[in-house]
Design a protein around this ligand. Structure first.
Ligand code: SF4
Ligand code: SF4
Length: 125
């Protein structure tokens, strides 16, 4: 999916300069995203930069424009051909993988707490 900007946008312009695909511009009513220039920041960042900087997070994934991580990464390479040898997919450069990383961190944290609780109860008994 490409991102899209909702009607809540109040035209502050903060998102325009952070897009690695140069895909955000001022439209008639609000700022708009050209889906042909949006990779959901896949290949560049672990989170959509327009969403990150927007004070009201009104740049969201477009539910009507579903695309795979692979398709988005291919677009990233076409948009930045000079970086094609350095672009890669990982937890730092794809929100698909960053979600896995967040879940993994949470599960490890729960595991550590459970382990500590089990140790504490076996010492007490
Ligand atoms: S999600 Fe990333 S690539 Fe897409 S418009 Fe926002 S900043 Fe640009
Ligand atoms: S940062 Fe948010 S409110 Fe500002 S122009 Fe972009 S989408 Fe609109």
């Amino acid at each position: 999916m490409a991102n899209m900007i909702t009607e809540l946008c109040f035209n502050c312009g903060l998102c325009e300069s952070v897009c690695p695909g140069d895909g955000i511009s001022r439209g008639e009513e609000t700022f708009v995203i050209d889906p042909a220039h949006c990779t959901e920041c896949v290949g560049f960042y672990h989170r959509q930069q327009c969403t990150r900087v927007c004070p009201i997070e009104c740049s969201v994934i477009d539910p009507n424009n579903a695309e795979s991580e692979e398709a988005l990464f291919e677009r990233a390479k076409k948009l930045q051909p000079e970086l094609v040898d350095t672009l890669e997919l990982g937890p730092e450069t794809s929100h698909f993988r960053a979600l896995d990383r967040t879940l993994g961190t949470k599960l490890r944290s729960v595991g550590r707490r459970l382990g500590a609780a089990v140790q504490g109860s076996s010492r007490a008994s």
